[in-house]
Design a protein around this ligand. Structure first.
Ligand code: HEC
Ligand code: HEC
Length: 424
């Protein structure tokens, strides 16, 4: 029976069940032959300072990098410095030998399955049943997530969650690469260092989309489907990060062999095989996700002390620009990145090897949500991977509210006038 005919028969068989009644027909699974594959695009080794800041974005079709050699193309943003880029900045995983790459792939498959049968092998990874349950990483949920992901997300985020689906090169900002385990929009306290988002944060992103970007809202999906998509994103992220960890940490360039990446054992007391190393990284990654679910990980949002709005906005501006000096002599120097309130902000390289531009506040677009509390989260804990740092450790909660009040008034000329804010 050829496949078109099979689909036709299935379609007819589904008719009496109604359009949504036939899960099989509307959400076909991946073919069992599809593989996540083993990583071939370059790994950003250190927060890149590859390109000078630039006024123009990357041209459509250029980023994200698919292969290391992309940097030598004339329209690539890193082109001017391409010859200076070495393994400490960008690592080419194609320099890992064929047998080592096969071993990485085989162990990842043993722990994480395939797109048709995604799993988190809790037993092999030594992960507790409670953590699996809290993170909703059971086989059934992952299987549902994979079928929905295949239809709704794959063309942007790619089969392994590499942010390199067929659409990815044509939208800016580019779809998230889940494999670095870095996510931008979280309500998790990150003033002491980067942490993962909670499930609720991812659910918000998938349900409502990210304003001003190509990331759509999936409001029409059922709650159960949204939950399964979040589980599947977490699955891809844990898998991709374990792969990145081993490639980044346990291989070193051999200068005598033209920079071929050799497997090296750095810690004699630790695990000494590729599968054991991957298993250790994966277990760590799962536990980091679990930690972000704890209620104690959430940002504590101090209640806004309602005082004179005009005064609050004035203090916000003082913090933002340092001019005139804030009453407590504080400055947050937001203008150092958000030049001219973002109107002249330059594009910079981000942690994914793509470009990002500090927000232009006169446009009133807030990717992570424009409720005051969303803006509070961003200022308190920064935007991971983008270079926007966390201010929760240096500013008082009321300072953060002053900044929220200031930046949210900027898009509206009339309101700026009535609040006495001059930005020209
Ligand atoms: C048309 C392309 C497109 C499609 C389809 C798409 N996304 Fe995205 N997604 C994006 C872009 C672009 C971003 C990054 C925006 C940014 O960097 O600000 C993103 C970011 C994300 C993020 C990261 C948010 C963060 O905090 O860093 C998650 C999670 C995500 N998408 C999940 C999904 C899921 C799940 C689906 C399918 C249900 C999906 N996306 C479909 C384009 C897409
Ligand atoms: C080191 C550079 C840097 C500094 C300093 C900085 N930002 Fe940002 N900020 C960024 C970048 C880059 C983005 C864009 C991130 C993105 O869209 O992915 C951003 C985005 C934002 C956003 C938009 C969030 C959203 O949901 O789209 C807000 C709000 C913001 N910054 C506020 C501030 C405030 C207030 C300060 C000072 C306390 C500040 N930033 C200091 C780099 C910076």
């Amino acid at each position: 029976m050829n496949s078109t005919f099979r689909l036709f028969v299935l379609g007819v068989a589904c008719l009496p069940l109604g359009l949504t009644g036939c899960g099989l027909e509307s959400h076909p699974a991946y073919s069992p032959d599809v593989r996540y594959g083993v990583r071939s695009d370059p790994i950003v080794m250190a927060a890149p300072k590859l390109a000078d800041e630039r006024v123009d974005p990357d041209r459509p079709g250029v980023l994200p990098m698919m292969r290391f050699d992309d940097i030598f193309k004339p329209d690539h943003p890193y082109h001017a410095k391409a010859t200076a880029i070495n393994d400490t900045i960008l690592r080419d995983p194609m320099k890992i030998s064929g047998p080592d790459r096969s071993q990485i792939e085989a162990s990842l498959r043993a722990f994480f399955g395939t797109p048709a049968e995604p799993i988190i092998n809790a037993k092999a990874l030594g992960i507790s049943a409670k953590v699996m349950q809290d993170l909703k990483l059971d086989d059934e949920t992952l299987a549902m997530g994979a079928t929905r992901y295949r239809i709704h997300c794959l063309h942007c985020h790619g089969v392994p969650g590499d942010g390199r689906g067929p659409t990815a090169r044509w939208v800016n900002p580019h779809p998230r690469d889940f494999r670095s385990g870095t996510f931008k929009f979280a309500s998790v306290d990150q003033k002491t260092g980067p942490r993962l988002p909670s499930r609720a944060d991812l659910l918000r992103t998938v349900r409502l989309g990210l304003e001003g970007t190509a990331m759509p809202a999936f409001l029409l999906l059922k709650e159960e489907e949204l939950e399964s998509l979040v589980s599947y994103v977490i699955h891809l992220s844990i898998r991709g990060k374990a792969e990145m960890n081993v490639m980044k940490t346990d291989f070193a360039p051999d200068r005598d062999k033209g920079g071929v990446l050799d497997f090296v054992i750095l810690n004699e007391e630790g695990p000494s095989t590729i599968p054991d190393l991957i298993s250790g990284y994966a277990a760590d990654n799962v536990n980091r996700w679990a930690a972000s679910l704890e209620s104690t990980s959430a940002i504590t949002v101090a209640p806004y002390k309602a005082d004179d709005m005009k005064e609050s906005i004035k203090r916000g501006k003082q913090l933002f620009t340092g001019d005139p000096i804030h009453p407590r002599g504080k400055t947050a120097n937001c203008v150092s990145c958000h030049t001219d309130y973002g109107r002249q902000a330059k594009f910079k390289a981000d942690d994914w090897g793509t470009l990002v531009r500090p927000n232009n506040f006169t446009q009133g677009v807030f990717r992570g949500g424009k409720r005051p509390v969303d803006v509070y989260y961003r200022i308190h804990s920064g935007i991971s991977g983008s270079g926007m740092n966390a201010f929760g450790g240096t500013l008082q909660p009321q300072d953060i509210w002053d900044l929220v009040n200031f930046v949210t008034v900027l898009p509206y000329p009339e309101m700026r006038r009535s609040m006495g804010v001059n930005i020209d």
